[in-house]
Design a protein around this ligand. Structure first.
Ligand SMILES: Nc1ncnc2c1ncn2[C@@H]1O[C@H](COP(=O)(O)OP(=O)(O)O)[C@@H](O)[C@H]1O
Ligand SMILES: [Mg+2]
Length: 368
């Protein structure tokens, strides 16, 4: 029951001693003194509480949390290993070293399995300082690792948040830019129509540059260049209409065509792929199509394939990750259009998507 605070250490020592707050679970005062002496002799400046039962242990733990617990294995009123349970229930990560008169190898191993950091025999106390040092170092390392893990988790969290912000920003920005850009295009086109040949040659040229710059030019050439290796390797023939100018993010539109033409080549049948890209004008929209002579898709999967990670084939059969069409869908819908597939197994597929037409004198928003 009794709890005694003992201090051992040289106050006048020139070299600062490592401070150590220890909690001893020990019923034999002489043994306790020997333990402290072993630590002190090795240079520790030890402050220690000595307790003999669970109540005193718990109380002292709370009042003066130690850096290390040194527990005798056998006590008249308690068992040293019980100290571990208390440490756990208090949520404390404090190393516990068993200091015992005689401890068979089997018992020692069992104690360490249960969570004791190490054990030292009372007639081999010279080992204690080294064991204590290692226990403290390991605890520091655990702390650092935990800190690093927490920092990492925080960074991942921040990154996710800033990504979401960025995405939101890009969306808002592209949305906000659409209206003014549309006006610039409309009026440069008007300028071109009304005043071509009426001003000087330079004026015509400048108007030409301006309308070209304000419009996003068709992206097919770029797409075909990216897919050149796949086209060459498969012997594909890719044809395309003269494609119209549309209002959409150029990079994103290129991505849509790239995914669709890429799939048309990838999911080919026995014949070399024949792919055609077309654009038709409907009342209020452009309707694009990418058609192939490949393996086709059963109607019951026509919707599923636009869901992320949904694929109809093993990766060994056709490589891929199943995100291409999900991205296409997201891009097309963000730009105010729709995407779908018309296909029968064995007789090719035709992927179609619409985008609003933004002719200078037209209003948007009508259905196709
Ligand atoms: N042109 C096509 N012909 C036949 N099946 C296709 C075609 N395009 C897509 N698919 C089917 O839709 C699935 C999803 O396509 P996608 O999202 O681009 O992923 P991935 O190309 O990585 O497989 C494909 O795995 C395939 O089963
Ligand atoms: Mg794909």
């Amino acid at each position: 029951m009794s709890s005694t605070a003992t201090q051992l250490g040289k106050q006048d020592s020139a070299k600062p001693q490592p401070q150590l707050r220890a909690l001893l679970v020990e019923d034999n005062a002489l043994d306790a003194a020997l333990v402290l002496r072993a630590l002190y002799k090795d240079g520790f400046e030890v402050t220690a509480d000595v307790v003999q039962d669970e109540a005193a242990f718990t109380r002292t733990l709370r009042a003066h949390p130690p850096e290390v617990v040194l527990a005798d294995y056998n006590l008249p009123n308690w068992k040293g290993m019980e100290a571990l349970k208390v440490l756990r229930s208090e949520g404390l990560d404090i190393p516990m070293i068993l200091v015992s008169g005689a401890l068979g190898d089997v018992t020692a191993v069992e104690c360490i399995k249960q969570g004791a950091t190490d054990y030292v025999l009372k007639d081999g106390l010279a080992r204690l300082p080294g064991v204590a040092r290692r226990a403290l170092r390991e605890k520091d390392e655990r702390g650092l690792r935990q800190q690093a893990e927490q920092d990492l988790a925080k960074k991942v969290d921040e990154l996710a948040r800033s990504n979401a912000d960025l995405e939101q920003f890009a969306y808002v920005a592209s949305h906000d830019l659409q209206e003014p850009l549309r006006m610039v295009t409309a009026y440069t086109q008007l300028l071109a129509e009304r005043y071509r040949g009426k001003l000087d040659e330079n004026a015509d040229k400048f108007i030409g540059y301006a309308s070209e710059g304000a419009q996003r030019i068709a992206v097919m050439a770029e797409v075909l260049q990216t897919l050149a290796p796949a086209i060459q390797e498969s012997g594909a023939r890719v044809t395309h209409d003269a494609l119209p100018v549309v209002w959409a993010d150029r990079t994103q539109l290129a991505q849509v065509f790239q995914n669709l033409v890429g799939n048309a080549i990838k999911f080919r049948g026995k014949e070399p792929p024949v792919v055609s890209v077309k654009a038709e004008k409907t009342t209020h929209r452009w309707r694009f199509s990418v058609s192939d002579n490949g393996i086709g898709i059963a109607p019951e999967f026509a919707e599923n394939i636009f869901v992320v990670f949904q694929r109809l084939h093993a990766r060994t059969e056709y490589p891929g990750n199943g995100i291409g069409l999900a991205i296409c869908k997201k891009i097309v819908e963000r730009n105010g259009g729709k995407i779908w597939v018309e296909s029968q197994p064995g007789s090719g597929s035709s992927f179609k998507f619409t985008l609003p037409r933004h002719d200078p004198d037209e209003r948007e928003g009508a259905p196709s």
